[in-house]
Design a binder for this molecule. Structure first.
Ligand code: PBG
Length: 337
């Protein structure tokens, strides 16, 4: 709310408060800290550590043995949590996505290892079938080749339970099927897993900015020319995102997420104002590579731009931000502090 002040210039001179660093620091309304950031990582079954993700400069695939070291580094930098995205071997992909609930699969093993070695670090897992399906869709296909909602929800429930049983702290369904939050919540309750949070990607848009992520996961080639517009929200819509959020909260979501980030901060603001629940934002792979490309060409200076844009996410109302820049940003914030 903007208070009503009597008077104007020269009684009011806003530049007075901007003149020196200490004044700006004291009056700053938004403060970005490592504690606001979540680091998304790609885990891969491989003996070779340090393999670069071709589509995302500065990002490497992580192998299982690397995870405890990475976890310790995140804790040391003050990052509260990471988000795990498994890269599944082509031979383990199927039309039924059954590898998604294999308790000995890559993801549950990564979760168990992290919770054993770095118990203080929060582990967030992605609930969606795209890493596991041959067609790269987040759900299962019916005989006409359409993404079938209710059978997909049944599969997602199995996947969610497998992740929760492995020890995941927060389940993040990113699949956008109708009714999956309620179904997952009921299944968790039935198994006494009431402590597990659901972070719903309530407002996930059908964005072209996911391309580097899909390339990293190998789902760009499986998806081919298909798209996800039959379940992700049309980028032209805003009120629809509020409706999605209301439904997910009613079904039992604890926190909600908006994705992508920068082009969608109006949505973050509306959701936060309207519902007042923890609202996270996903600064996605396409946003990351745009900055990397501009920085590599010397067109932008990476560090101040990244910190400015992450601050903008918070200013819009985000309580936390998933960002591939999280590790660098945490280091930069520590240097400035
Ligand atoms: C899929 C999923 C996607 C991302 C996270 N989970 C891609 C998609 O919906 O196709 C994108 C993240 C990013 O671009 O960084 N369930």
């Amino acid at each position: 709310m903007i208070p009503d002040f009597p008077g104007s210039y020269p009684t009011q001179r806003l530049r007075r408060g901007r003149r020196t660093a200490f004044l700006r620091t004291l009056a700053r309304e938004t403060c970005l800290a490592p504690a606001d950031l979540i680091y998304p990582i790609f885990v891969r079954e491989s003996k070779r550590a340090g393999m670069e993700v071709a589509a995302m400069p500065g990002i490497t695939y992580r192998t299982l043995p690397e995870l405890p070291v990475l976890g310790a580094e995140l804790i040391e930098l003050g990052l509260p949590a990471l988000a795990l995205f498994p890269v599944i071997d082509q031979r383990r992909k199927s039309n039924s996505a059954r590898e998604a609930w294999n308790p000995r699969g890559l993801l549950p093993r990564a979760v168990r290892l992290l919770k054993r070695e770095c118990p203080r670090l929060g582990v967030i897992t992605d609930v969606a079938l795209d890493p596991y399906t041959r067609h790269g869709q987040d759900g299962l296909l019916d005989s006409r080749g359409e993404v079938a909602n209710d059978p997909s929800v049944q599969a997602l429930v199995k996947q969610a339970l497998c992740q929760a049983e492995a020890g995941a702290d927060v389940l993040a369904p990113s699949d956008m099927m109708d009714g999956r939050i309620g179904a997952i919540r009921t299944a968790l309750e039935e198994r006494g897993l009431h402590q597990v949070l659901i972070l719903s990607y309530a407002a996930k848009y059908a964005s072209a900015l996911y391309a580097p992520f899909r390339a990293a996961l190998g789902s760009a080639s499986t998806l081919g020319k298909a798209d996800k517009k039959s379940y992700q929200i049309d980028p032209a819509n805003s009120t629809e995102a509020l409706r999605e959020t209301a439904l997910d909260l009613r079904e039992g979501a604890d926190w909600v997420m908006v994705k992508p980030g920068l082009g969608y901060l109006d949505i973050v603001h509306r959701i936060k104002e309207r519902f007042g629940v923890p609202t996270l934002v996903y600064n996605v792979s396409g946003e990351y590579v745009m900055l990397k490309a501009a920085a590599a060409r010397g067109w932008l200076e990476e560090r101040p731009v990244v910190l400015e844009l992450l601050t903008a996410c918070k200013r819009a109302g985000a309580d936390a931000i998933l960002s591939y820049h999280a590790l660098d940003a945490a280091r930069w914030l520590r240097e400035t502090a």
